[in-house]
Design a protein around this ligand. Sequence first.
Ligand code: G1P
Ligand code: ZN
Length: 542
Amino acid sequence: MIKTVSTTPFQDQKPGTSGLRKKVPVFAQTNYAENFIQSIFDSLEGFQGQALVIGGDGRYYNREVIQKAIKMAAASGFGKVMVGQGGILSTPAASNIIRKYKAFGGIILSASHNPGGPTEDFGIKYNIGNGGPAPEKITDAIFARSKVIDTYKIADVADLDLDQLGSFDVAGMAVEVIDPVADYAELMEQLFDFPSIRALIASGVNVVIDSMGAVTGPYATEILQKRLGAPEGSVRNATPLPDFGGHHPDPNLVHAKDLYDDVMSPNGPHFGAASDGDGDRNMIVGKGMFVTPSDSLAIIAANATVAPGYARGIAGIARSMPTSAAADRVAEKLGIGMYETPTGWKFFGNLLDAGKATVCGEESFGTGSDHVREKDGLWAVLFWLNIMAARNESVEEIVKKHWAEYGRNYYSRHDYEEVDSEAANQLIAALREKLASLPGQSFGALKVATADDFAYHDPIDGSVSKNQGIRILFEGGSRVVFRLSGTGTSGATIRVYVERYEPDAAKHGIDTQEALADLIAVADQISELRKRTGRDKPTVIT
Ligand code: G1P
Ligand code: ZN
């Protein structure tokens, strides 16, 4: 029943910021997915007889790869596979299942916020037993293996019916098709004060969640509508579709603009939230106030004890380097640890496991805590609702009071997508060359204090990750950061992160782009971005 199939390696299976991401036609090449899955298994030790969790965001090609992964897990000697019904598991739900049932690890099929469909994106990611993305040591091993692999093993059996809940046998391996939502909803109910949130909604606070045709639909429907009593229709675009209904499931001001406009309209909802393809990102919008992800992290940390799951307080906060320093001020006030890591959730794993950090976040609409080892979109939404219920205040009031207390970190990210790779690499290389000469130089009123290429020394395992982004810090706490995206699938994406700290509450009402205008101009001047890329404006501003 077990076949050993000869194959030839592909040279492009290098996992990026979050697993291997390619266009569907690339994944659909003969043996492409199989090679990568076998390379994962070949890089792991000790999984014989253990459980593997498999699930994805429902995008195009999800079911096909799940069938392959189940048959290959059976052939390689896993004892059991737990797979979400219909092949569905949001990324945070998968992380929770791995942890709760002590699985050896998990395979998550997703390309996160990238569009889905026959010519769009697909992805495969391996998560380890703590529920978090595999660390670089493992992803490097997977890549090395993928370059030389010559056979893979697969059970020669019929496809499993993924839609039927229950226990099945696949070539001698147990497969459990599980409810993708139940365990996750139960966890959320433990962490947050559901009765207070229910009362908030019952009092007339109108809450909507846009699932963008992606995986959070069933989760949000169960939690918001069934358990918290929001009226039917409060969850929009609630059915996960292979092409996300044509949505680009990236919760930001460009792709979730309809929701934003609705919340900002006089008769629209009081609170709106959106999540991405695989349910780990979140966007929070209150009437009159869009909450930047960096502020969201700071505000959640500052108010954490209102939620029952965090009532004892938080041990520390971690943020990715490009995320604004708003959370740093909260950590300082609380007298707790603050950790600055490279971009990518995998760097938080050690800090969470060691109990050094309890909440973490990234500017890229990612927030989460030690309840799982992924960022978690609905978790952030529920945290906000819990804070609103506990303080009996609107999003706008909460944010403005936070700024008044801690100061405001004006913050924006400018993305230049599908730039010529050569030009992008040269831009970064040229910046690297300039680093030594920048300190002391003045650009208008801005004087460079320090400049470096961020390197991270993991305080837990001592590993060092270099070249994680060019940072130019100015006197007074302003900064610009440049890095190349590690998740794109065509050309290069240059990300420019701009931040300015404003302690004076009288100056907290300025438009963000205006408040950052001088820094944006200096970023272009130093990097020669426009000249090098031929672009005169960013593709996306968040
Ligand atoms: C992007 C985000 C990063 C996030 C990752 C996965 O990576 O910037 O914060 O962890 O997606 O969701 P990038 O494309 O910048 O490498
Ligand atoms: Zn995602």
